[in-house]
Design a protein around this ligand. Sequence first.
Ligand SMILES: C[S@@+](CC[C@H](N)C(=O)[O-])C[C@H]1O[C@@H](n2cnc3c(N)ncnc32)[C@H](O)[C@@H]1O
Length: 171
Amino acid sequence: MMRRHTTFQLTLVEAEAKPMKIALYQPDIPQNTGTMLRMCACLGIQAHVIGPAGFDFSDRALRRAGLDYLAHVDLARHASWSDYLAERSAKTDGGRLVLLTTHAELRYTDFRFAAADTLLLGRESAGVPDDVHATADARIRIPVRTGLRSLNVAVAAAIATGEALRQTGAL
Ligand SMILES: C[S@@+](CC[C@H](N)C(=O)[O-])C[C@H]1O[C@@H](n2cnc3c(N)ncnc32)[C@H](O)[C@@H]1O
């Protein structure tokens, strides 16, 4: 019993220490954002939501949408892409911006993730515009079967996050 308690505490400490980040570009669907924020809460990953979003992403609205993990997420909100970039350039953690996109050549399993990377996810309806695509330091894709368009954004985030944490020894 005591042993189980100790293991649980260690897991929490590890989860709080991860420098990996996730950024959501102008998300459209609150349930997807809720799923990704819950993943960030559980795994100890910082979340950035870049507006304008297709819904109200104030604390109150997110709680009303059923996100009861909100208190456990390290969440930063940015009014626009340019605000987000300005804040990133003011910080010097050396982390790269890694865009998940169906338009990349590189498979996510062939990419070498680093602990300080930010995984950037596009909006459900349209991905990201060309300038955001070009700004990313790297672009990666999760292969899907021929003829099928894309994964749900929260599923794509979970697959890439799992691989990134596995590679960096943080999972
Ligand atoms: C529903 S998809 C957007 C589809 C959009 N029509 C496009 O062409 O980008 C939403 C986001 O999920 C991520 N995503 C979905 N499937 C993916 C895949 N197979 N590989 C990499 N990222 C993916 C991307 O970040 C994408 O911008």
